[in-house]
Write a protein that binds this ligand. Structure first.
Ligand code: GUN
Ligand code: ZN
Length: 433
């Protein structure tokens, strides 16, 4: 018989999208709330006392005035870049060549890949992140390592073999055929096992020939239930390079569109320099744009148009983009999203930022029926936050008059010290040391 758990604390559940409905109507906050967890699933969210009386045999975890919410969902990461995070001073193409590709070369060694995959998931869990969508490397071993590590931790994750057949060093290239064959084999091996999902993963147009993009498009057409993740319009030099490499394409998105690489379940990391046509097509296709704010500032890419794209009704997720992004923390990522909004003159409300890191990213990954919110029937992936985790935060939170004001200092100044507990599938996570 599995244990029924009752988590007590302040609870936050979203009831609607705070970008498209009034903030006050978007969330249900309970100061003395409770979350009942049974068989890996959230069974009830209600007043703590009510649940305690109704389920006297539940194991109680009293978190006092800590905040209980859904775990963070990081919609675009590169776990193989864990050890080169915060590599200094370069912009995208030079950064890839100087730091990223040499590191990714090492992932043909399964033991090395295992070590980094485990370390990456432990680091992110310590930061409250329960689901990620990760690029692996061209090596099938890197995919096996990641899925095995996620399986051992019971996590819902999305990942795929990164495909590249040009413009990368020897040793880091596949071919159109081997990229297709290896991806298909990995997809058949892993997709749908426990909480694992395979994502078809052409890195970006500059590192794939038209033949490879075409093969990726075929694989996606054969498996439309899988996500497809890639990069789009991150830096101006990159956009110009794509125009040179694909002289017949109407724009960057067209280099994917021509080969069937656009549709629901398509995830487009960065998406900063979009033309009107691209915006229209992405919206029509109901594709997902992934905002990577610490990466966009760290690699010097630019400012994502959150307000404009949200107003158009685009589907948008939030992500660290480790290790182009400069942090493993979705709190730090939320802070950067706020700062980018400020630089564009469109500040985001705390309710909107936090929604992006939970429901929004889950929606972008088309998993919002399972994760990203504290609601009955959802999988019990949960984070418990101390809203006074440091003296600097505590003295500001003491002045707060409502939950959003109490949460905002943790969004802006918080880190892994704010994470009291992370729950995965109804189990309290303890680091595997
Ligand atoms: N574009 C293609 N590959 C990458 C990558 O690894 N990181 C980032 N930030 N952008 C990319
Ligand atoms: Zn990326």
């Amino acid at each position: 018989m599995t244990t029924t758990h009752l988590l007590l604390g302040q609870t936050l559940s979203y009831t609607s999208d705070p970008f498209h409905s009034p903030i006050v109507d978007s969330a249900e906050v309970r100061q003395n709330g409770g979350v009942l967890v049974k068989d890996g699933v959230i069974f009830g969210v209600s007043e703590g006392d009510t649940l305690r009386a109704a389920y006297p045999h539940a194991k109680v975890h009293d978190y006092g005035d800590a905040l209980i919410t859904a775990g963070f969902v990081d919609a675009h990461v590169h776990y193989p870049q864990t050890a080169i995070i915060t590599s200094w001073g370069k912009r995208l193409i030079d950064w890839l060549n100087a730091y990223t590709f040499p590191e990714e070369m090492r992932f043909g060694d399964k033991g090395f890949a295992d070590e980094v995959a485990g370390r990456y998931l432990d680091l992110t869990l310590a930061h409250g992140t329960t689901t990620v969508a990760s690029f692996c490397t061209i090596h099938p071993e890197s995919v096996d390592a990641f899925f095995e590590a996620a399986l051992a931790r019971g996590q819902r994750v999305f990942a795929g073999k990164t495909c590249m057949d040009r413009n990368a060093p020897d040793g880091l290239l596949d071919t159109a055929k081997s990229g297709y064959d290896d991806s298909k084999q990995l997809l058949e091996k892993w997709h749908g096992q426990e909480r694992l999902s395979y994502a078809i993963t052409p890195r970006f147009s500059p590192t794939s020939t038209p033949e490879q993009l075409d093969a990726m498009g075929s694989l996606w057409a054969e498996h439309p239930g899988c996500l497809m993740q890639t990069h789009l319009s991150e830096q101006t030099d990159e956009v110009a390079w794509v125009a040179d490499l694909f002289p017949d394409a109407r724009d960057y998105l067209d280099t994917y569109e021509q080969f069937g690489l656009i549709g629901p379940g398509g995830l487009y990391g960065h998406s900063i320099y979009l033309t009107e046509r691209e915006r229209t097509r992405l919206k029509e296709a109901d594709a997902s744009l992934i905002h990577c704010p610490t990466s966009n500032t760290f690699i010097g890419s630019g400012l994502f148009d959150m307000a404009g794209l949200m107003a158009e009704g685009q589907r948008i997720g939030l992500a660290t983009d480790t290790g182009g992004g400069s942090s493993f923390s979705m709190l730090r990522t939320m802070a950067a999203a706020y700062e980018v909004g400020q630089l564009r003159g469109t500040p985001l409300h705390a309710a909107q930022i936090y929604w992006l890191a939970t429901v929004g990213s889950a929606r972008a990954l088309r998993a919002d029926d399972k994760i990203g919110n504290l609601a009955p029937g959802m999988e019990a992936d949960i984070v418990v936050l101390d809203l006074s985790s440091t003296p600097a935060i505590a003295q500001r939170t003491a002045r707060a008059e409502n939950l959003w004001e109490a949460l905002f200092p943790t969004i802006m100044m918080g880190d892994d010290r704010a994470i009291i507990d992370t729950w995965i599938g109804g189990q309290r996570y303890q680091a595997q040391t």
